[in-house]
Design a protein around this ligand. Structure first.
Ligand SMILES: [Ca+2]
Ligand SMILES: [Ca+2]
Ligand SMILES: [Ca+2]
Length: 255
């Protein structure tokens, strides 16, 4: 091998080394850049790398909103249904939604009275406003919706009232309307009593501290007239006989 051949060979070797280095450099660069661009994508797709937070895009095509589980909403819906049946004079509808049908509606001879009753139930009931029923007493056997008290007075008398709607669950568990009163309370003559005496008396007659739907005064049969049947219940206990039905509810069921 002469000097020239050696020179050519070393030049070729040098060129080859440069080419190989250039190839390595290019590969390393492209690897690095591909890692740099793909890594964030991988992290974003992996929930465990994202603090456990998974982005969810809910889609409920064709679904309607679930019915409310609020006891007041459930009871009010029953009451509105009852009112609509009364409005339409639909006795079978009324029968399907009340705990017990009124006796005038059970006798074909008193159909006129029954219709009059349905009319007035609708008139009085439809005047009630849901938002005024700020007290909701509810458990698995019954619901009572009741407004706060208001007072009324004229020259000779004064009264204290509130609207109240009673519901009770039947054996199958469906809520039935038991009774409603647009103004449950008392009126008392003013006579020569002072305003404070009258106010105190009205409170004694109407307060329902155990929230069982019957005034504590009535529970003790204090307002019962002679010869009238009155079952005493405990004014400090909602369910005196412990059968799960509150005293006021039970009194109406037994009427
Ligand atoms: Ca009571
Ligand atoms: Ca009681
Ligand atoms: Ca009871």
């Amino acid at each position: 091998m002469n000097h020239n051949t050696k020179k050519i060979l070393s030049t070729v070797m040098l060129v080859l080394v440069v080419i190989i280095l250039a190839i390595f450099a290019f590969k390393y660069k492209s690897n690095f850049s591909s890692t740099a661009t793909t890594t964030p994508t991988v992290e974003a797709n992996n929930p465990s790398d994202n603090g456990g937070i998974v982005e969810i895009n809910p889609q409920f095509p064709g679904q309607t909103l679930p019915l409310s589980n609020d006891p007041k909403d459930i009871a009010w819906a029953v009451f509105q249904k009852y009112l609509n049946y009364n409005k339409d004079l639909n006795l079978e509808g009324v029968r399907s939604i009340v705990y017990k049908i009124a006796s005038v509606c059970n006798d074909p001879k008193t159909t006129i009275d029954c219709k009059a009753r349905m009319n007035s139930a609708y008139q009085y009931g439809s005047a009630l406003k849901k938002e005024n029923f700020v007290n909701v007493w509810n458990d698995k056997k019954q619901t009572i919706l009741v407004t706060d008290f208001w007072t009324e007075e004229d020259d000779i008398s004064a009264g204290r009232f509130r609207a109240i709607i009673f519901f009770v669950r039947d054996e199958s568990g469906s809520l039935k309307l038991l009774s409603f009163s647009p103004f449950k309370g008392v009126t008392t003559g003013k006579s020569i009593a002072s305003k404070k005496e009258i106010d105190d008396r009205l409170i004694i007659y109407t307060e329902d501290n155990d929230q069982d739907g019957i005034a504590d005064y009535e529970e003790q049969c204090l307002g019962a007239t002679e010869g009238q049947t009155c079952t005493k219940t405990n004014p400090k206990l909602r369910d005196t006989n412990g059968n799960g039905l509150w005293d006021g509810v039970e009194a109406l069921m037994n009427q």
